[in-house]
Design a protein around this ligand. Structure first.
Ligand code: T4K
Length: 381
């Protein structure tokens, strides 16, 4: 079989969406003129208002990154003891619990969505449990109603890691309006970003004051320090980037949708490759395209395919591998046992995120598919 040529330049799993350089220069001029670089400056104020409207969120606060947003949300909601969460996530999710002196209790996930399996939550609840911290993995909403029903039955808080969910809606409701709070990450690798950054949306408007205090050292005015806060403020460059991104993110999401549909059409015919489709009632943002590789059917396991694709200059990522429950800092606790997490253990060994971003052409996506298909056919001789 004739070999396929590698891409001449590296194709990464993602590339950041960027506003035009001219627009950014104009924003920089505004910042220079104001001579206000951080600490709730004019760009920050504009961005917060614009975002509130865009996300349809009644209460919102901005942060320098998603991790600190989530960490301070746990504090503002007075979480303690144990919090039930998923092992199939970025390290930030359990780490924010650790930094709040809370024990992460790992719960298994669903085979199809990769999200917390509501059926596995209740057996993990103890008198120490104060909350559930689910992740909407790759922007696919969790079983929100079932999780909320469990939380209501046991008097628990629900705080969502919605890092991947910018613009996602569930039953026509913005995703950030569920649970007690939701965290959005605005890291450069996200569909919407402020280079680094994050936001919290929350149900109780009274949390705003606490969050504003705790992201600015606990300062109220110039001389009063009310709580042992930290520095988690979004700066003016980040906020300016956010304002410009709001104008272009919808188009990016539409473009990624087109590319996702090409992937789905092509991947369907490759044996041993599965992927998630759109969920009913969900407005997706098409942030990421993750496939699952069945080694027996495909003829090669995920790790080998990941390595093989590098030979073609295609840099995929194993999000999320290894599971957080396998990290040195968590692996000894009972809930981290692989016996407790059979589905997560299986999924983490099979998933691979393929390149997806608006600057890729349809030809690029078709070529990635041709290469995966070629690798598969070559294996079978
Ligand atoms: N919860 C969840 C579920 C999360 O996924 C994350 C973050 C968080 C919480 C925490 O939110 P933040 O505190 O970060 O706001 C990346 C991101 O650093 C991380 O934000 C993100 N999740 C995670 C899924 O992905 P890495 O280590 O994979 O990034 P990196 O640098 O390897 O970048 C991946 C690819 O992106 C590169 O191969 C090329 C491209 N890239 C990256 C950057 C930074 C660019 O083209 N330009 C760039 O500037 O973690």
């Amino acid at each position: 079989m004739k070999n396929l040529a590698p891409f001449t330049t590296p194709i990464y799993v993602t590339r950041p969406l960027l506003p035009s350089r001219d627009d950014m220069v104009r924003k920089i001029d505004e910042i220079w003129k104001s001579c206000w670089l951080t600490n709730n400056g004019p760009q920050h104020q504009l961005f917060e208002l614009a975002l509130e409207k865009y996300l349809g969120a009644p209460n919102i606060s901005l942060f320098c990154n998603g991790t600190l947003a989530l960490q301070l949300a746990c504090q503002a909601l007075r979480l303690s003891g144990e919090v039930i969460t998923t092992p199939f996530t970025f390290p930030a999710t359990p780490h924010v619990l650790y930094w709040n002196n809370i024990k992460p209790v790992f719960c298994d996930i669903e085979e199809y969505t990769f999200n917390l399996n509501p059926e596995c939550i209740e057996p993990l609840i103890t008198p120490e449990t104060t909350a559930i911290l689910p992740v909407h993995a790759f922007g696919y909403p969790c079983k929100i109603d079932e999780i909320q029903a469990i939380a209501n039955r046991h008097g628990l808080r629900v705080i969502y890691d919605a890092a991947h969910c910018f613009g996602v809606e569930f039953n026509n409701e913005p995703i950030g309006n569920f649970g007690d709070a939701s965290m959005f990450s605005f890291h450069a690798t996200k569909i919407f970003h402020t280079m680094e950054g994050g936001a919290l949306t929350y149900k109780d408007k009274n949390l705003k004051e606490q969050l504003e205090l705790s992201k600015n050292f606990g300062f109220k005015g110039e001389e009063l320090v009310l709580v042992p806060g930290i520095n988690a403020k979004m700066n003016e460059m980040q906020a300016a980037m956010g304002l410009l991104m709001l104008n272009i993110v919808k188009k990016e999401s539409e473009r990624r949708k087109q590319l996702t549909f090409i992937y789905r059409k092509r991947m369907k015919s490759i044996p041993g490759i599965n992927f998630r489709k759109d969920l009913s009632g969900v407005k997706h943002n098409y942030y990421n395209f993750a496939i699952r590789i069945d080694e027996k059917e495909f003829g090669m396991d995920r790790n080998n395919l990941y390595d093989k694709l590098k030979e073609y200059n295609i840099f995929t990522r194993k999000y999320f591998y290894p599971l957080c429950s396998r990290f040195e800092c968590y692996r000894t606790q009972p809930s981290a046992s692989s016996l407790n997490l059979p589905v997560a253990e299986k999924v983490t060994g099979q998933v691979l995120s393929l390149p997806l971003y608006g600057d890729l052409s349809s030809e690029d996506i078709n070529r990635v598919c041709d290469i995966i298909s070629f690798i598969n056919k070559n294996l079978k001789g």
